[in-house]
Design a protein around this ligand. Structure first.
Ligand SMILES: NC(=O)c1ccc[n+]([C@@H]2O[C@H](COP(=O)([O-])OP(=O)(O)OC[C@H]3O[C@@H](n4cnc5c(N)ncnc54)[C@H](O)[C@@H]3O)[C@@H](O)[C@H]2O)c1
Length: 414
């Protein structure tokens, strides 16, 4: 495997995130985007065209997942379909591996690994059965600013003054772009499931010493709260139904648009560590805002994605069309507006894809694999349990494997 020079990559799903990865692929040297499968054939054709236009590979649309697995040109798959298709996609891959004579080197799965713990365990079972290398795609852990801030805080601050004790991570925007995200059953929950997966891992990464294993700090308890602050208001519920169709019914089946969780960890030396995370779909600012902080005894670090680029000013006479050309999930086109130079780099997609391709080329199992993804799902489900029971829950609670949050079950009454 190590002698292999380049890898051919196929994407399952051709939507928002697949296109972001294709954009990011310009910074990956050892692999080419060769295939795209999505049930909407035109989406696959257009993503393949994007890959060819960007010269990241001679990509073409495939008629099925099995066709990609069968093709010797495809060595790896990037799972970028909606959450409700995860297990179905993995089962199809494993079945195709058994029946088509095809083989794969690695599979990378977008966040979250699955909608709940039972499904996440099934994903782990399937990948173990296949014997293939695996990656859990948590882009924010590769964000250049975060990686550098983490390294400097630890190498200068922690080395002299002692390890950090508190990390904060937040992800906020004004709401997702496609209907399935808004439907608890399809997505697995609301903003907690959708975005706190990022913040949980960012806070954990910040509290972990550079180079130390992920499990060098262990969770001890989780306390969380969820709320529907904006989108279940009648006028906004009606707006969602107008934009996304009657299946998105926030008068009857809302999902949370605000979530916060505090996770307490302990390190090997017995230090108590706190991760504070907060996420929301009810933040109307310039656009997507990722913020993080790391606090230690004599130092602190802070980062915001909206401060990562520059600023433009448009007077009231500039009334251009709506777009996301300045920043992801942009909310305005006038006044002082921040912009990000290269979002695919800034949010971590470039370094993420380069890292995992190198692991796969070298035949090396990345630490950030499906088992890490499973633990993130376990933490998120514990957070839902805590919110439901309105109490702090010791890690790891009984009944986690069968737990489905009321938001996902369609029974949540905020
Ligand atoms: N890392 C991040 O920051 C980030 C950002 C956005 C989305 N995501 C994750 O990526 C995944 C996809 O999200 P998105 O925003 O691209 O969604 P999207 O709705 O924009 O695109 C989904 C794509 O999957 C295809 N699809 C639908 N059903 C499918 C099936 N059964 N099998 C295969 N393909 C299918 C659709 O045709 C479409 O091309 C989700 O799991 C989401 O959580 C991650």
């Amino acid at each position: 495997m190590a002698a292999q020079r380049r890898l051919g990559v196929g994407f399952i799903g051709s939507g928002f995130i697949a296109r972001f990865h294709i954009q990011a692929w310009q910074a990956v040297r050892d692999a080419d985007v060769l295939g795209i499968y999505s049930p909407d054939g035109e989406g696959a054709e257009s993503a393949a065209r994007l890959a060819r236009d960007l010269r990241v590979g001679e990509a073409r649309a495939y008629a099925s997942i099995a066709d990609m697995v069968r093709d010797p040109a495809i060595d790896c798959l990037w799972l970028c379909a909606p959450n409700h298709a995860r297990v179905e996609n993995m089962e199809e891959i494993v079945h195709a591996l058994k029946t088509t004579g095809g083989s794969l080197t690695g599979i990378a799965c977008e966040k979250p690994l699955a909608r709940n713990v039972a499904e996440a365990k099934r994903m782990v079972e399937l990948i173990e059965e296949s014997g293939i290398l695996h990656a859990y795609l948590e882009d924010q852990l590769f964000s250049p600013g975060l990686v550098r801030g983490h390294a400097i805080a630890w190498n200068r601050g922690a080395a002299i003054a002692g390890r950090p004790y508190l990390a904060r991570a937040a992800e906020e925007h004004s709401g997702p772009h496609t209907p399935w995200f808004w439907q608890g059953a399809m997505q697995g929950g609301g903003v907690l499931n959708d975005m706190m997966c990022h913040s949980v891992e960012v806070a954990r990464f910040l509290l972990t010493a550079p180079g130390a294993p992920r499990d060098s700090i262990r969770p001890e308890k989780v306390s969380a709260q969820i709320a529907s602050l904006k989108w279940s208001r009648p006028e906004y519920a009606d707006e969602l139904a107008r934009r996304f169709g009657p299946e998105v019914d926030y008068r009857r089946r809302p999902s949370e648009d605000f979530a916060r969780a505090t996770i307490e960890y302990r390190d090997g030396a017995g230090h108590r560590l706190i991760a504070e995370t907060t996420t929301s779909w009810s933040f109307v600012g310039a656009g997507l805002r990722l913020s993080s902080e790391l606090l230690g005894p004599e130092y602190s670090m802070q980062l915001s994605s909206l401060d990562a680029g520059g600023r433009l000013f448009f007077s009231r006479r500039v009334t251009g069309a709506e777009g996301e050309d300045l920043v992801e999930k942009q909310n305005a086109e006038q006044g002082v507006m921040p912009f990000v130079g290269n979002e695919a780099a800034e949010y971590g997609y470039e370094d993420e894809n380069r890292h995992f391709i190198r692991c796969f080329l070298d035949g090396r199992q990345p630490e950030l694999g499906f088992h890490a993804g499973l633990e993130v799902v376990e933490l998120l489900m514990t957070a839902y349990m805590s919110a439901e029971q309105e109490r702090t829950i010791p890690w790891k609670p009984e009944g986690l494997d069968q737990y489905v949050p009321p938001v996902a079950a369609g029974t949540w009454k905020p």
